[in-house]
Design a protein around this ligand. Structure first.
Ligand code: HEM
Length: 402
């Protein structure tokens, strides 16, 4: 084993990389697809094939909440105990067999068939949102379009428009705050839990066919899912399904603004739009990182990952790996890119992938069909500070209504 190459992921917070992390990844990949990062104390995996290998390896765990909780100073633990318990019950932070059971709870509510059935509703919602902004010739893609679109889709699926919005607002930031150790989280999660219990009681005897009602149905209760598990995974759906999709649409529109020739190809051949959603996801994903913990010593290429060490999969870098994609920094809307890593890979592969692709496809179709001549109103759109997520704070554009 050679001494590992080292990287410093904190540079991704520098202003030039916050706007464009891909040159940082490219430079890292020229040294080694796997490197040790002192700052996060993690193995950073930058290469496409290596990320696929790591994602399939059952010796890597996602159950990292208990460790994080234990690492907190004793006096801080009480403040986040309830939240930590809820996060541990989410499938995203569970290993088999717990994960397998939890995925079975949600899978029927997010099937590809459901995504097809939702298509008409997404289209209606997209058209309503565009009707509002068309007369003015300007909109903020995030706040006027992609955010209300993704929220409306989740609200429709949960069948709880008002409560879902309320749940989402209270939930946003909780996860981030957990890892940054702010206070009063127990009170907030308790309030969310009470709101969930009230809705569950109201639905329990109803006939509604939304995913909330299905998750609290007598059949699932008979399968011994606890209320804690149902609550945790409902929150996961509400959270995982919104910001990711909102900002993927934002990033896709920004990519098209910067690549006019590719936009013209989509306008002149709308058949290209559906396959292009994968290329746009590859090109600039809203989710850049995901993390695992080694449960055993693992050989990864020329490196030895020790049991207990953290491993970070830099999905956004794998998506630009020249060993997998020719001219990876070029947006090519006709490129077959369905094997991008933006939905992850392996047993935690995004459960909402079909729905997200439908939303992106319908959103782009509606925008391209009803608006033309897009111009960004700011020279440099602002990115929210994060190395995990690529989220635009806003994307104001002017356009001509068609
Ligand atoms: C998991 C990305 C949309 C629900 C994941 C993972 C990624 C991801 C990378 C795997 C994380 C890991 O391996 O650690 C995205 C992106 C989206 C999106 C980029 C939008 C473009 C959605 C939507 C929903 C959803 C719309 C639901 C309505 C989930 C769930 C999981 C997940 C429940 C956990 C699966 C598991 O642990 O087995 N997503 N997602 N996602 N996603 Fe998505």
């Amino acid at each position: 084993m050679r001494a590992p190459h080292t990287t410093n992921l904190s540079h991704l917070l520098d202003p030039e990389h916050a706007a464009e992390p891909y040159s940082f990844y490219a430079e890292a990949r020229t040294k080694s697809p796997v490197q040790w990062d002192e700052w996060m104390q993690t193995w950073a995996v930058f290469g496409h094939p290596e990320i696929l290998d790591v994602s399939k390896d059952r010796r890597l765990s996602v159950a990292r909440i208990p460790d994080f909780y234990e690492s907190l100073p004793e006096q801080a633990r009480g403040d986040v105990a309830l939240l930590a318990r809820t996060l541990s019950d989410m499938m995203l932070f569970s290993d088999p067999p717990h994960h397998t059971r939890l995925r079975r709870l949600i899978r029927p509510s997010l099937s590809p068939r459901l995504a097809r059935e939702m298509r008409f509703h997404v289209q209606e919602l997209a058209d309503e949102l565009l009707d509002k902004v068309l007369p003015s010739g300007r909109m903020d893609i995030i706040h006027d379009f992609s955010e209300p679109l993704s929220r409306g889709v989740i609200a429709k699926l949960a069948g709880v428009s008002d409560d879902a919005t309320h749940l989402l607002e209270s939930w946003q930031g909780l996860l981030h705050e957990f890892f940054t150790q702010s206070d009063s989280q127990n009170a907030r999660i308790q309030a969310l839990r009470e709101s969930f219990d009230r809705t569950a009681t109201a639905r329990r005897n109803g006939t509604a066919d939304d995913f909330f009602s299905r998750m609290i149905s007598p059949q699932l209760r008979a399968a011994d899912y606890t209320e804690d598990e149902v609550f945790a995974n409902l929150l996961l759906l509400i959270d995982a399904g919104q910001a990711t999709t909102t900002h993927l649409i934002g990033n896709a529109v920004l990519a098209l603004l910067n690549n006019d020739e590719q936009t013209q190809r989509l306008r002149s051949d709308p058949e290209l739009i559906t396959p292009a959603t994968n290329e746009l996801m590859r090109y600039d994903s809203s989710v850049q990182f995901t993390t695992r913990k080694a449960l055993a010593d693992i050989d990864l290429g020329e490196h030895l990952i020790r049991a207990g060490q953290s491993v970070t999969l830099v999905l956004g870098s794998g998506n630009r790996d020249p060993r997998r994609y020719t001219d990876p920094d070029t947006l090519d809307v006709s490129r077959p890119a369905a094997d991008h890593l933006s939905f992850g890979h392996g047993i935690h592969y995004c459960l909402g992938a079909s729905l997200a692709l439908t939303e992106i496809d319908v959103a782009l179709r509606a925008l391209l069909r009803r608006t033309a001549n897009w111009k960004c109103e700011v020279a440099q759109p602002e990115w929210l500070e994060s190395i995990n997520f690529r989220f635009l704070a806003s994307l104001p554009i002017t356009f001509e209504a068609i």
